[in-house]
Ligand binder design. Structure first.
Ligand code: 3PG
Length: 402
């Protein structure tokens, strides 16, 4: 790996900007964190920086979405996990944040508020432009080192990811170090047929990535589940009513175009489970009635997909197959993970939901690599160099020539 790691720096007494990804699922009724996995994962790097003046920064959710909140909940979880008081400031780039950073002592930790409160963090920039954002201009001079450990956001060229490393010495945190090493190893042994099992809810991002995966020979079969599966069934006119999702016409049109361009690649469910008065009801896709809420795959589909997974050389699964938090609708997710774990293929599992489900099923040991990332990993697999990795490589080459 051509990037620097924490082992390349003397960290003692240094003021460090640590970009993590503590973007957690949020229960929309209570607005509390419903899964703390991403915070737990950040702990290893935080502990490695226990001699520094440490400033932790993350985003949470997207502006306009239900999961867009402050980091006040995260600080409580961090304190519990570290058994230590963490300073928290409801600010990102203002005077209060700057004062708190300046006043930090060795061994102290400060958590900034949601980076996306700062408008610039919601846009993509070139590294040069990112280093000229107000965020980087106001904060960078307060730090000695930038540590990037938010692998799930490695595909975002936001100021916190590509701006700080452009002007500061920068290195990978433990998650990024491990992900890149493991993924590089996996990519060298990956063999055809490549089976991709895609679910989850970030449909527009996924549609872009699917096309690239197919074009780069990383997807011989794409098995669709979850919301993206519903979008493809709608594009095939097998679901005959609107799904009621954001940008529906646009994503359905894109799915339709993909099916036209690659007719032999996609497999969609033949049966699904819907929620009828709080009960799971399995049915053939042809029997769906307007307004039926599809919450899981049906048993025939789980069986069919499992057989395709069993014949894979490499299998990559990302995103839950249904509303897996509800036990009745977790059969698809659990069944497919079981198939992946028991196949002879090189296996890659991505994203927080699936990682949680794998752990519950005790299947972690049977998987070649479990990644913290969702969308970033999909792009990584296409062979595209992610903005965070480029930023780290460029920081490493500058460091060498200094
Ligand atoms: C993720 O969960 O995929 C990352 O935190 C990135 O989030 P984003 O898709 O909102 O940029």
């Amino acid at each position: 790996m051509k990037v620097l790691t924490l082992d390349d720096f003397d960290l003692k007494g240094k003021t460090v900007f640590l970009r993590v990804d503590m973007n957690c699922p949020i229960d929309s009724n209570t607005m509390e964190i419903s899964g703390t996995k991403r915070i737990e994962e950040a702990i290893e790097t935080i502990k490695a920086l226990d001699q520094s003046k440490l400033v932790i920064a993350s985003h949470q959710g997207r502006v306009g979405n239900d999961d867009y909140t402050g980091m006040d909940k995260h600080v409580k979880v961090l304190e519990k996990l570290l058994n230590k008081k963490i300073k928290y400031v409801e600010d990102v780039i203002g005077q209060s944040a700057q004062n708190e950073i300046k006043n930090l002592q060795n061994g102290e930790i400060l958590l900034l508020d949601n980076l996306r409160l700062c408008a610039e963090e919601n846009y993509e920039f070139s590294p040069d432009d990112a280093s000229n954002t107000i965020m980087v201009k106001r904060l960078a001079h307060l730090f000695d080192l930038c540590v990037l450990d938010s692998f799930p956001s490695a595909h975002r060229s936001h100021p916190s990811i590509v701006g700080f490393p452009h002007v500061l010495p920068a290195c990978a945190g433990r998650i990024v170090e491990r992900e890149v090493r493991n993924l590089d190893e996996i990519m060298t042994v990956a063999k055809a047929p490549h089976v991709i099992v895609l679910g989850g809810s970030k449909v527009p991002d996924r549609l872009e990535a699917i096309k690239m995966l197919i074009k780069t020979g990383r997807a011989d079969h794409v098995l669709l589940t979850g919301l993206i599966g519903n979008v493809f069934m709608r594009a095939q006119a097998r679901v005959k009513y609107p799904l009621g999702i954001k940008r529906e016409d646009e994503v359905v049109a894109k799915a339709h175009a993909l099916i036209g361009e690659y007719p032999d690649v996609f497999t969609t469910p033949v049966d699904v489970a819907i929620d009828k008065d709080g009960q799971r009801v399995d049915m053939d896709v042809r029997d769906l009635q307007t307004g039926d809420k599809i919450y899981d795959l049906g048993p025939k589909t789980i069986d069919h997909y499992s057989k395709i997974i069993a014949s894979a050389g490499t299998v990559f699964i990302s995103g839950p197959a249904g509303f897996f938090e509800k036990k009745d609708f977790s059969l698809g997710t659990r069944g497919l993970l079981n198939a992946v774990a028991n196949s002879m293929a090189t296996s890659l599992v991505s994203g927080g939901h699936l990682t949680t489900a794998l752990k519950e099923q005790g299947l972690e040991e049977k998987i070649n690599h479990i990644s913290t990332a969702g969308g970033a990993l999909v792009l990584y697999l296409t062979g595209e160099k992610l903005p965070m990795i480029k930023a780290l490589e460029s920081a490493a080459s500058k460091h060498k020539s200094d």
